[in-house]
Write a protein that binds this ligand. Structure first.
Ligand code: ADP
Ligand code: GN1
Ligand code: MG
Length: 351
């Protein structure tokens, strides 16, 4: 067994197999099988992204317990095992933290195969937010401070640009200009939050389609996973990040930009699922959803470009230049949303 961390968790049987699993950009995820056939997810948490593991795990345990108390479904949320140190994570000799939780034998997809798949992901994230409407948001730790504070993301981008640690800025002047031209517009949600126009909710903040599990047989929403970024936030963040990833016609790192557009039909489908399962949004929140889609795309693209300039330390990459491909596909998506803006607003008004 190559990942010794598993021996610190009370799994059923003896671990016999441990293989890399899933397609996340942040943690190292393994599927562990024991001689009794039991399966678990073992995860090594990123120490680049997360600096307060006790706080992060405390958030997750409290949020999953809150949800578990509201659902009859066993797989309606994640279930974590306590390590032999009595904590919900184990820290190895190199300082990495590991956690172990029940494997859910479910579908996890990178792109919707049908409209219904995307609708179901909207139900999962909408229900998640609805289940947490009575959770005291202010008691959650901010696991990554200023995570969706776009002006702060611009500040970090300027820092990376000034440092230009890998001497890459000269080769990407057009991309840099695109993001800088939108700095003022990029601060809109943050300004609305600060002005008290939008309420703070408990949000997931990383609502990619591959952070939802679907039932293998019925393809209905089972649960939301990847809870590391559950923090106080805006409904528009969760709506927007789902659109960025799932309503795009190309993958996140698609090189052929002609393939990358925003599919307004999928956008409408998601909006219906989200608003139906989370009916308590205010009028101002509903109206902010298109802005969420545009700004989460802009912000994520800016983060990819920042990481490219920094030398690719934050997001996992499979080849050199992948972060730049991601930043470029997001430029194309933002441009397409700018063209389709009136329609994006109309769709939300008409639901
Ligand atoms: P990352 O932060 O790196 O994205 P995730 O928590 O999203 O990490 O896990 C990565 C992948 O592992 C997911 O996209 C999913 O495919 C799979 N996964 C995670 N948790 C479970 C689970 N409980 N059951 C089944 N698959 C899971
Ligand atoms: C990361 O962990 P994962 O792969 O679901 C990132 C998100 C980005 C996303 C882009 C903690 O999500 O914020 O939107 O990559 N998660 C963190 O694909 O930074
Ligand atoms: Mg993930």
């Amino acid at each position: 067994m190559n990942q010794q961390a598993i021996f610190h968790f009370p799994v059923s049987g003896t671990p016999v197999q441990c293989e890399r699993y899933g397609e996340g950009h942040i943690n190292q995820t393994y599927l562990v099988t024991t001689d009794s056939g039991a399966r678990y997810i073992l995860q090594r948490l990123s120490n680049v992204a997360f600096h307060d593991i006790p706080g992060l795990m405390d958030n997750i345990i409290r949020v999953t317990r809150h949800i578990a108390a509201k659902t009859k479904e066993e797989d309606g949320t994640l279930h974590f095992l306590s390590a032999d140190n009595g904590k919900t994570y184990y820290t190895d000799e190199d300082g990495y933290s590991w956690r172990c939780y029940r494997f859910v034998d479910a579908l996890c997809i990178q792109a919707p195969e049908t409209e219904e798949d995307f609708y179901q992901s909207a139900v999962a994230f909408g229900t998640f937010q609805d289940q947490l409407r009575d959770f005291p948001a202010e008691t959650l730790k901010e696991t990554i401070p200023n995570f969706h504070n776009t002006p702060d993301r611009y500040r970090k981008f300027r820092e990376a640009l000034q440092k230009d640690a890998c001497r890459r800025a000269g080769g990407v002047e057009k991309e840099i200009a695109f993001y800088l031209e939108r700095e003022e517009a990029g601060g809109a949600l943050q300004r609305m939050l600060e002005a008290g126009e939008l309420p703070l909710r408990v949000t997931h903040n990383d609502t990619k389609l591959n952070n939802v599990l679907l039932d293998k047989t019925t393809r209905k929403a089972l649960c939301v996973i990847d809870l590391d970024t559950v923090m106080p936030g805006l409904a528009a963040y969760d709506f927007g990040d789902s659109i960025r990833f799932g309503a795009a016609t190309g993958s996140e790192d698609e090189k052929n930009l002609r393939k990358v557009t925003i599919d307004l039909n999928l956008y409408r489908v998601f909006a219906k699922g989200f608003l139906t399962s989370c009916p308590g949004l205010t009028g101002a929140e509903r109206a902010s959803l298109p802005l969420g889609a545009k700004l989460m795309t802009l912000e994520c693209g800016l983060r990819f470009l920042t990481d490219y300039l920094d030398g690719d330390h934050y997001f996992g990459t499979a080849y050199p230049g992948q972060n730049l491909d991601r930043a470029r596909s997001h430029i194309k998506l933002v441009r397409d949303m700018e063209k389709k803006w009136d329609e994006m607003e109309r769709i939300i008004r008409e639901i």
